[in-house]
Design a protein around this ligand. Structure first.
Ligand code: HEC
Ligand code: HEC
Ligand code: HEC
Ligand code: HEC
Ligand code: HEC
Length: 177
């Protein structure tokens, strides 16, 4: 210790503490920023697809449009109310749902999958005409006990790879309209 004290350090103890404190603040801020960017999507209620699949609910019960329209659609509070006006269990997640039901406020589900504005995508085309399973594009979300924080990315490369295999159009304007 004696040797240490005698070394001619350019900083005082307080300055070193200030620098370390500064570094700490920067690190915390960085973790915060990266958390927001990479932490993915946080849903208002941790929705459990698996438990509903096990209770024999079909995708169509909550995503009612994919057989007829471009979009699949997402469930309104009314859909949930048809079963949950009476509590089905005792979980914290369901208690949250009951609060929404009591207040009548729609649940602000965050979108996981979205193509850019200029890209045209139709569920009907793929699910009905193309006979492609939800899982091919969405992975096992339909059977998962909690929402994915990072959904599988649906990239142009993936769209085009399958189109090539299935001999669907890969003209730019087929997708970019
Ligand atoms: C009881 C209702 C219910 C059923 C049944 C259901 N879902 Fe969902 N689904 C939801 C809710 C609520 C969300 C929004 C919360 C979330 O992402 O977990 C959602 C989100 C999704 C999403 C993400 C949509 C997006 O981009 O935001 C996909 C994909 C999906 N479900 C696929 C399926 C598939 C496939 C099935 C059938 C195997 C299915 N779901 C059955 C209620 C349901
Ligand atoms: C056809 C009936 C039905 C519909 C419609 C339905 N649920 Fe459920 N839900 C159930 C059943 C049954 C359970 C299982 C209860 C148990 O075993 O604890 C359940 C469980 C839950 C739980 C607790 C899950 C857990 O992790 O413990 C939540 C939260 C929930 N549902 C949310 C929703 C939401 C949100 C909707 C609307 C998008 C919805 N449910 C639509 C029947 C339904
Ligand atoms: C060929 C790939 C593909 C298949 C198959 C597919 N989806 Fe999707 N899904 C997408 C893409 C791409 C988006 C984003 C679309 C957008 O931004 O308009 C999406 C968005 C969604 C959404 C959120 C937006 C909406 O449309 O309401 C839900 C819910 C969904 N899909 C459910 C399903 C279900 C259920 C099935 C099976 C019946 C299915 N998807 C099959 C590619 C697919
Ligand atoms: C797993 C395979 C698969 C994936 C992934 C896929 N598609 Fe397709 N797509 C098809 C098939 C098969 C058809 C032809 C369906 C039919 O009409 O018989 C098709 C047709 C289409 C058409 C109509 C083309 C035309 O002739 O006008 C559009 C637009 C389209 N897809 C957009 C997309 C976009 C955008 C994506 C990515 C977000 C995508 N597809 C991903 C298989 C796929
Ligand atoms: C089968 C559907 C499909 C075809 C065919 C296709 N794209 Fe795309 N493209 C997409 C999707 C989906 C995205 C958004 C996802 C991504 O960026 O990977 C995209 C993104 C892009 C982007 C990034 C800008 C934006 O819109 O977000 C450009 C530029 C682009 N495409 C150009 C082209 C050109 C040029 C062609 C023709 C050689 C083409 N695409 C053919 C589906 C397609």
């Amino acid at each position: 210790m004696k040797i240490l004290r005698n070394i001619n350090v350019p900083f005082s103890r307080n300055q070193i503490l200030a620098i370390l404190g500064g570094i700490l603040v920067v690190v915390v801020i960085l973790i915060f920023i990266f958390g927001a960017v990479w932490g993915g999507v946080k849903q208002p209620i941790s929705f459990n697809h698996k438990i509903h699949a096990e209770n024999d609910l079909d995708c169509l019960d909550c995503h009612p449009y994919f057989n007829e329209h471009a979009s699949s659609g997402r469930p309104s509070l009314e859909t949930c109310m048809s079963c949950h006006e009476e509590p089905q269990g005792e979980s914290l997640a369901e208690k949250k749902l009951l609060e929404y039901i009591k207040s009548g406020n729609e649940i602000d589900w965050q979108r996981l999958y979205r193509v850019p504005e200029d890209v045209y995508f139709s569920h009907r085309r793929h699910v009905v005409l193309g006979q492609i399973d939800c899982m091919t594009c969405h992975g096992n979300i339909g059977e998962s006990p909690k929402p994915p924080s990072e959904p599988l990315k649906i990239t142009m490369k993936k769209c085009m790879k399958c189109h090539e295999e299935k001999e669907a159009s890969n003209d730019c304007i087929a997708c970019h309209r």
